[in-house]
Design a binder for this molecule. Structure first.
Ligand code: HDD
Length: 703
């Protein structure tokens, strides 16, 4: 036999570990201090985790190596099926705080006591893409909230858009098939810009209102923290006397709404596919806890009957101008999960999880969802016992006679596992506290039918469009043009334009022109003609409701050796005061030497921190560094993109050659703020509150 080889020869050097010689003179690497001994899943201590068991140094691995087999077996089974929709998501823990008692409307325990805090877990998601897809897809965002109330878990499984594509759950598989990868080719990933999606949509007029939202900036949010959330459906609240009030749920972000430009989204996906996750992680870890206010639209049957649309139709909304939402509490996210898989991946949301005092309406989409969500958890989590996983378990006392099954963790003790029983053991139902449904009287023939009251597909689509500011309207037209330009079948493009004619002629004209249609099609046949008298509802616009402050936003500061130390200090100090954050971008990630000789620590090198990652930028290079900087294409892109994406740009005079190289020196506008000295910082900060200079857009983009 050859000389015994050293077991450490193939190991990386790990400085906090040390080598000790075993009884036979062989070397072992062991952790210093009190590190626990590595064991198998059965608890057996492990001798060597770097080398499989072999016959001789260069011989075959033996089947007897139970440690190797167990390790690889477990690894092979690490993945569970991803969610069929909303696969890519990111969650956080927090709490919901009730403002005032809502006993008048509901007996739900969570709404009885002012100031009460209820633990919460929220998962945000995109819908179409796979688990590993990029965050900035043009897509609806899921906004699923689990409230661990004292009377059971309540899941509000909503989106960041208050309406939906379809009116009946039976169409959901078709909708989802159409938007996902085309089945023969397996692409495109996380994109609606392809034939199948637009074919389905153009043949489904009920989707037109939702399409207006999905083509708007709502579908490319800047941050999960800057999005609204909606329960979408009309639900019911029931008070102690079983009196019903209809309710719609709205989550309003305290930091206001904000989206990015489409060209920016495309570039963010390359620069940082985890942009939204990183943003939420960084904010919560830094103690800047995002917050949403829960607002309710509450109404009765008479009010519902006053509309010519149906409140059971999930493609419709009640504008806030018609029915003001009432603030009832706030949701704060203040803790990231300890383990992504255990919590964010395994959390199971289900629309049917409602506590006593909350009830469903007959919305046919909601009724179908109430089946789908339980069913899907068995597939994903593999056992009826998925409520035994801590993230899904209620945090209130709970008792039942459910038992056994795969991976049962909560096993009853004692003899009696049924009721009624003669032994006085075990839980019993409670007519007082238990969930009671609203005793709605129903009758009619059994039939597959859509109510006439669901037939108007264009009026609210139009209302949404006319409620947008001109830049937002431009973004909708550009988004439709982009998406349909990826559709290879001309008849589908034309069919979409024929629907747009029923929404707004100007919009249809812009899209038709953008697509290069030779002639405009005829408007699509409509069961009900578009109502043109619905007033614009400014509450539906993002830009009309801007936060007017830079709080929670991020400035990218480009520095070089020789950057003015006083100016930098004034700027970063002012940002901290405004509740904003910054990142330093330098030619080298090792940092730069400021004018006073101090080291400016950098978080990014220029190529790693393109301006698309920031809400606004400041260019603080020194004159001496300019000769090299203007040669650097990533520095030129940094400036050119910031300008093209209508961002505010603060700059020192020394940066002018870079602005020139980026092709923007002749176009400097109100969004470009000269920073001659620390005195200019306050003005720059207040300018940043507008978030973008959309007035620049016509100059940087073809109409
Ligand atoms: Fe759904 C997941 C939101 C219609 C079937 N849905 C899912 C998630 C959100 C929504 C946020 C992710 C939850 C999480 O983070 O785990 N879905 C909606 C909204 C809808 C909607 C707002 C319309 C108003 N969904 C809908 C219909 C069906 C489904 C009509 C089926 C008939 N949805 C599912 C599902 C998913 C899901 C297949 C996939 C993973 C999961 O449930 O847990 O059951």
């Amino acid at each position: 036999m050859s000389k015994s080889p050293s077991r450490v020869s193939n190991r990386a050097v790990i400085h906090d570990q040390k080598l000790v010689r075993g009884e036979g003179g062989e070397l072992h690497q062991i952790a210093e201090g009190n590190a626990p001994v590595l064991t198998t899943a059965q608890g057996g201590p492990i001798f060597d985790d770097q080398n499989s068991l072999k016959i001789g140094a260069r011989g075959p691995t033996v089947l007897e190596d139970f440690h190797f087999r167990e390790k690889i077996f477990h690894f092979d089974h690490e993945r569970i099926p991803e969610r069929v929709v909303h696969a890519r998501g990111y969650g956080a823990h927090g709490y919901f705080e009730t403002y005032e008692s809502l006993a008048k409307y509901t007996r739900a325990d969570i709404f009885q006591r002012a100031g009460e805090k209820t633990p919460a877990f929220v998962r945000f998601s995109t819908v179409a893409g796979n688990k590993g897809s990029a965050d900035l897809a043009r897509d609806v965002r899921g906004f699923a909230v689990k409230l661990y109330t004292q009377e059971g878990n309540w899941d509000i499984v909503g989106n960041n858009i208050p309406v939906f594509f379809i009116q009946d759950a039976i169409k959901f598989p078709d909708l989802v098939h159409s938007v996902k990868e085309e089945p023969d080719r397996g692409f495109p990933q996380a994109q609606s810009a392809h034939d199948n999606f637009w074919d389905f949509i153009s043949l489904t007029p009920e989707s037109m209102h939702m399409i207006m939202w999905v083509m708007s900036d709502r579908a490319i949010p800047r941050s999960l923290r800057f999005m609204e959330g909606f329960g979408v459906h009309t639900f019911r609240m029931l008070n102690a006397k079983d009196e019903s009030t209809f309710v719609k749920f709205h989550w309003k972000p305290k930091l206001g709404l904000q989206s990015v430009a489409w060209n920016e989204a495309v570039k963010i996906n390359g620069a940082d596919p985890d942009f939204h996750r990183r943003d939420l992680w960084d904010s919560i870890k830094a103690g800047a806890f995002p917050e949403w206010e829960l607002q309710l639209q509450l109404f009765d049957q008479d009010f519902a009957d006053s509309f010519d649309f149906d409140v059971l139709d999930p493609t419709k909304l009640i504008p806030e101008e018609v029915l003001a939402p009432v603030p009832v509490g706030r949701l704060v996210l203040d803790r990231m999960p300890d383990n992504f898989f255990a919590e964010t991946e395994q959390v199971a949301f289900m629309t049917q999880n409602v506590p006593p005092g909350i009830d469903f309406s007959n919305d046919p989409l909601l009724q179908g969802r109430n089946f789908s969500y339980l069913d899907t958890q068995i597939k994903r989590l593999g056992s009826t016992n998925f409520t035994h996983i801590p993230i899904n378990a209620p945090k209130c006392p709970f008792h039942n006679f459910q038992q056994d099954g795969h991976m049962a963790m909560r096993n009853p003790v004692g003899r009696v596992n049924y009721q009624p029983n003669s032994f006085g053991e075990g839980p019993r139902e409670s007519p007082q506290r238990g969930f009671r449904s609203f005793p709605e009287a129903e009758q009619g023939p059994k039939q597959r039918i859509r109510a006439e009251s669901f037939a108007d597909h264009y009026s609210q689509a139009r209302q949404f469009y006319i409620s947008q500011t001109p830049p937002e309207q431009g973004h909708i037209a550009a988004a439709l043009t982009f998406e349909l330009s990826k559709v290879q079948t001309p008849v589908i493009r034309e069919r979409m334009v024929s629907h747009l004619l029923n929404i707004d002629k100007g919009l249809a004209g812009k899209v038709g022109d953008g697509l290069g249609l030779k002639a405009m099609p005829k408007p699509a046949d409509a069961a009900i003609a578009t109502r043109r008298d619905l007033a614009a509802a400014p509450s539906l616009s993002i830009l009309a409701n801007g936060p007017n402050r830079f709080e929670g936003r991020k400035l990218g500061i480009l520095v070089t050796d020789g950057t003015d130390a006083a100016l930098l200090k004034a700027l970063t100090g002012a940002l901290a005061k405004a509740g904003a954050v910054f990142e330093i971008i330098a030619p080298k990630v090792g940092g730069a030497k400021a004018s006073d000789g101090s080291l400016i620590e950098a978080q990014q090198m220029i190529g790693g921190g393109p301006s698309v990652l920031y809400d606004a930028v400041a260019l603080l290079p020194s004159k001496a560094a300019m000769a090299d900087l203007v040669k650097e294409s990533t520095a030129r892109d940094f400036v050119a993109d910031a300008f093209a994406h209508c961002k505010f740009i603060g700059y020192v005079e020394a940066a002018l050659p870079l602005l020139e190289k980026a092709g923007v020196a002749d176009s400097l506008d109100d969004g470009c703020v000269a920073l001659s000295s620390a005195k200019d910082v306050a003005g720059f900060l207040s300018t940043l509150g507008a978030l973008r200079l959309w007035a620049r857009e016509p100059k940087v983009k073809m109409a």
